[in-house]
Design a protein. Structure first.
Lengths: 359, 268, 246
């Protein structure tokens, strides 16, 4: 068992379906996934997509209808949570209210029958890493949300698991704290070498925290890849839409603009659509010549929205199509609302996706 | 907002009730416990500690202890049954839960005496082949059945507040089922257990009907003793002394319980 | 897990078997016939009804006053009043009954209807106040402001803004107190007069003598009344989850 090169976590054909509280069919169907040791992986998707179910199956709190879960080559599909080298940090932390912070952290070590000396030593080390030494003696109800989260992390990590599961770990924190914790979690993972698997519906969070992201919807794993891949080369319209903002343009429109039909024919989707991210579009004064390898059209500015770092502009083309453009807000405004301008982008930045039919 | 005089008027019923319905009667009992019994069963206004002395005579003390034992036994048995049932309820789906609760509570909406008659009939049938009617254990069983909801409801209220994720966290951290029970479940239901104990123990101290009817006079408890002293033997001082003692025990237990409650109120 | 199924099942068996036995025995024609002939039982029953209704309504009205008084008082007073109210609910009933009896006799009141009524009123008062307090604490006072704003007098304001809000709880309180009063034995036993009787006392007497068939019929009758009561309560308060919340 030990001495083998760790293979990480493998899900094979994992299926679990059930009827959720509001009567809908929920769960996951035939999920295949490989997660490498030490990786930071996020399961991303809207609520009800099955990501939490997947996490609970990995953690051992549910049993699948069919399929297998392998951890370092061992079949743990039906093993209870106690027997897995996997720890979970629950969404609302699930700290034991009747125990102090120290006792909470010690819980997992006590069940492993470690000696008090060893427990103290391990907790001391973990307290250094997570900067919680001053919190150890406190009772749970006297801790803030961020502090509770650290205690929950410590409680899970002090038992040195191979894999740590985190269920929407930052959703209960406010923005500033969330940003801080995102970086800390990144560093923590690098420092400990533990595999971190996150479940989140916040795509920005998924991208910051993970080496790879798995996008899910309606029980299916749609695409697995690095954050860049998911963002710039999404496989479907749903994914493109879910991650960040994007514009969709029909194939005809593109071909009329570019005359390069070959590029369109390269992808054989049933109903292809082209997407272009708002930040890849430039706005130029009317009458400017379109640059090489670019595509451009005239449009009327509808409105500008100031977002702080960026400016979001909505323009309407001659065929009544609305297009969003994102530019750094420090750049000068090219055209005011009501005026016309040229919008152009590199052909290379367009990407073709499968427009899904609603099932 | 409301004038003092108006509020004084509004609170008048309460204070009248307090004085005439609660304080007066209790004061009389306490006073009577220090009086002497006249030969014909009346009460003489002579101060004496006779009543208390008789009470602490080993014979009566024995009786007192037995009643306490009955109440304690009842409490233990009732909680031993209500606790698992409360846990079971939390594991059911909401509809099944309501059904089970309703089914358990319906018999308690009937008249108490009807239920006692029911127990008597039930015990008469000797369900386990042993003679239970008119025995100590029969009384205990009947009392347990009767006090079940007093234990079940507070226990269920407390246990249903334990988040499932806390139990799962304990599983995740490697605790066995027994460890989960002793280290997580039990400590977190402590408050419910205390409330349930109080709600069962105190009324059982003065339980009269069940030992009288189901026990057929063979099971002699405080209730029967008090009834005897006040009505038949007409030894009011002795009865009052017993009652006072019972009141003191109740008062101490209630103080402990209410303090615990108001601690929680303050924390809210 | 199967152990728990078993315990729950056993509990239901032990709780319902007594009921089923009684229903079984009470369902005979002879028992019902015997019951109908017993005038003394019906006399006791009507006593209980009148007493119950009277004491419940009085207790609820007084309880409402008290609930309002509590909501206008400082929190210290409120806590003290609450403690005072809760105390008799924790006492064993027999101590209340006996203490009341001693008290009445020492102030020279002969045991009879007055003492019986007052005895019931005393123990019902706590419950009524608790129930009304639950409602009064969650009253919407903006309706009072609205009524005043529209020019209503004090009496009109009370009738249109507060009374409608109080009525459901009032009904619930009377209902609960009525059930409690109807079922009371210990207090009635000690504070009643020589020739008085209420239904539970009547039943007790019958149980101590020998088991007559009309007892079963009577028990069945009372059981049906209770069930009817639960159904009525469910109809009037369909959203209440248990008899503890309104």
């Amino acid at each position: 068992m030990s001495g083998l090169r760790p293979e990480g976590l493998k899900l094979e054909g994992l299926t679990k379906t059930f009827v959720s509280d509001d009567g809908r069919l929920a769960g996951i169907k035939n999920c295949d996934l490989s997660i490498l040791p030490g990786e930071g992986f996020s399961l991303l998707g809207p609520s009800g997509c099955g990501k939490t179910t997947t996490l609970r199956l990995i953690g051992g709190f549910e049993s699948p209808d069919s399929g297998k879960i392998l951890h370092n080559g061992q079949d743990i599909t039906h093993a209870p949570p106690q027997k897995r080298k996997i720890r979970t940090v629950f969404q609302r932390y699930a700290l034991f209210p009747h125990l102090s912070a120290f006792e909470n952290i010690a819980f997992g070590l006590k069940t492993q029958k470690k000696s008090s000396a060893e427990i103290s030593k391990k907790i001391s080390e973990m307290s250094e890493i997570l900067d919680i030494r001053h919190l150890l003696k406190r009772s749970i109800d006297k801790l803030s949300g961020g502090e509770q989260q650290r205690i929950a992390l410590a409680r899970a990590l002090v038992t040195s698991p191979d894999i740590l599961l985190l269920d929407e770990p930052l959703s209960a924190l406010d923005l500033k704290l969330r940003e801080k914790m995102q970086l800390e979690l990144l560093e923590l993972r690098k420092q400990l070498g533990t595999t971190f698997i996150f479940v989140t519906h916040d795509q920005q969070e998924a991208m910051v925290l993970s080496d790879r992201v798995g996008v899910m919807n309606q029980g299916q794993l749609l695409q697995v890849g690095s954050p860049e891949e998911i963002y710039f080369k999404p496989k479907s319209k749903f994914i493109a839409h879910f991650i960040g903002q994007t514009n969709f343009i029909s194939a005809d429109f593109i071909s009329r603009l570019s005359g390069e039909r070959e590029q369109i024919l390269k992808f054989d989707y049933k109903s292809p659509e082209w997407m272009i991210r708002p930040e890849n579009i430039d706005m130029r004064p009317l009458g400017t010549k379109i640059r090489d390898a670019h595509v451009g059209i005239e449009a009327t500015v509808a409105e500008h929205a100031f977002l702080g770092q960026d400016r979001l502009t909505k323009v309407i083309t001659a065929c009544d199509k609305a297009i969003l453009i994102k530019t750094p807000s420090h750049e000068k405004i090219v055209a005011a609302p009501g005026e016309r301008a040229l919008i152009e982008w590199e052909i290379e930045d367009t990407w073709c996706v499968e427009a899904e039919t609603r099932s | 907002m409301v004038r003092r005089s108006r509020n004084a008027l509004l609170s008048l019923p309460f204070y009248l009730w307090l004085a005439l319905g609660l304080i007066g009667p209790i004061a009389i009992i306490v006073v009577t416990s220090f009086l002497t019994r006249s030969p014909f069963g009346q009460v003489e206004w002579t101060f004496t500690l006779d009543a208390y002395r008789t009470l602490f005579d080993y014979l009566y003390l024995n009786l007192f202890m037995r009643s306490l034992g009955l109440a304690a036994g009842n409490t233990a048995l009732t909680i031993a049954i209500a606790y698992p049932v409360a846990y079971y309820l939390t594991k059911l789906s909401p509809t099944k839960r309501t059904w089970l609760l309703t089914l358990i509570l319906i018999p308690f909406w009937t008249s108490f005496l009807v239920r006692v008659l029911g127990f008597m009939e039930f015990l008469r049938l000797e369900p386990l082949g042993i003679k239970l009617l008119y025995t100590y254990f029969g009384v205990l069983l009947s009392m347990c059945c009767n006090y079940l909801p007093f234990a079940l409801l507070p226990l269920y209220a407390e246990v249903s507040k334990i988040p499932r994720s806390v139990i799962e966290a304990a599983q995740d951290l490697g605790a066995t089922r027994w460890q989960i029970f002793t280290r997580v479940f039990l400590p977190l239901s402590k408050r419910g257990l205390i409330v349930a104990s109080m709600l069962v123990f105190i009324p059982s101290l003065g339980e009269f009907l069940i030992p009288d009817l189901v026990g057929g006079g063979r099971v002699y408890g405080l209730g029967s003793f008090l009834q005897n002293q006040f009505l038949s033997a007409r030894n009011w001082p002795l009865g009052s002394a017993t009652l006072s003692l019972m009141l003191i025990i109740t008062f101490i237990a209630a103080k402990f319980f209410l303090n615990h409650e108001s601690e929680n109120e303050a924390m809210r | 897990m199967i152990v728990f199924h078993f315990i729950a099942f056993l509990t239901l068996v032990f709780l319902w078997s007594p009921m089923i036995l009684i229903v079984n025995k009470g369902f005979s024609w002879t028992a019902v016939e015997a019951l109908l002939r017993r005038d003394d039982i019906w006399h006791a029953f009507s006593n209980s009804l009148v007493l119950g209704l009277g004491a419940s309504v009085t207790a609820t009205v007084m309880g409402t006053f008290t609930a309002f008084s509590m909501s206008f008082s400082s929190s210290k007073t409120r806590v003290r009043m609450l403690r005072g109210l809760s105390f008799p609910m924790l006492l064993p009933e027999i101590s209340l009954g006996l203490a009341q009896m001693a008290w009445f006799m020492s102030v020279g009141l002969s045991l009879g209807w007055t003492t019986l009524f007052f005895g019931h009123f005393v123990f019902l008062f706590s419950y009524a106040t608790w129930i009304m307090k639950l409602r009064v604490d969650s009253l919407d006072w903006s309706l009072v402001d609205a009524a005043r704003d529209l020019g209503a007098s004090d009496m009109e304001t009370f009738k249109s803004a507060l009374l409608p809000q109080l009525m459901p709880a009032f009904g619930a309180s009377v209902f609960t107190c009525f059930a409690l009063s109807l079922d009371d034995f210990l207090i009635s036993f000690f504070v009643k007069g020589m020739n008085q009787t209420t239904l539970p006392i009547q039943v007790y007497g019958m149980l101590k003598l020998r088991i007559q068939p009309e007892i079963y019929a009577l028990s069945l009758f009372l059981f049906c009344i209770s069930l009817a009561g639960i159904l009525i309560a469910k109809v009037c308060y369909p959203s209440a989850k248990s008899k503890l919340d309104f």
